[in-house]
Ligand binder design. Structure first.
Ligand code: AMP
Length: 115
């Protein structure tokens, strides 16, 4: 069964898409935690950060290229932003399709890491 994010890639469920290439898609998070909260997703179902293989390099490189271009377009690259990937249970991962959260648009607080 395909992941939630593959369904977005295949236009089976709607999303506010802000960027797309052959290997990557990016869309606004449905529950934004900052003025800018965008998810950058590879068009390959890599479940977690633990599952990235060398052969996935083109996806990972394009994800970073997407971050650079999106943040530049939104004019938040100079002020700065945060990129987060949650991994598995302790990391708080909910969707098991690799993704980077881009958070920005305001001065962010300290890293979320409650004791
Ligand atoms: P994570 O906890 O790192 O797996 O993050 C999953 C993220 O996906 C959360 O920030 C959710 O708000 C977001 N999300 C869940 N469903 C959707 C959706 N249909 N469209 C956009 N973002 C979503």
């Amino acid at each position: 069964m395909s992941t939630l994010f593959t369904k977005i890639i295949n236009r089976e469920i709607p999303a506010s898409i802000v960027y797309e290439t052959d290997h990557v898609i990016a869309f606004n998070d449905i529950d934004p935690q900052a003025p800018v909260h965008i998810l950058v997703v590879p068009k390959k179902e890599i479940p977690t950060l633990n599952d990235i293989e060398l052969e996935d390099s083109k996806y990972i490189m394009e994800m970073y290229k997407a971050i650079r271009e999106i943040t530049k377009d939104l004019k938040i690259s100079e002020d700065g932003y945060r990129v987060i990937t949650n991994c598995n249970s302790f990391g708080g991962q909910e969707v098991f399709h690799l993704h980077f959260h881009i958070l920005g648009g305001k001065k962010l607080g300290s890293m979320l890491c409650s004791k």
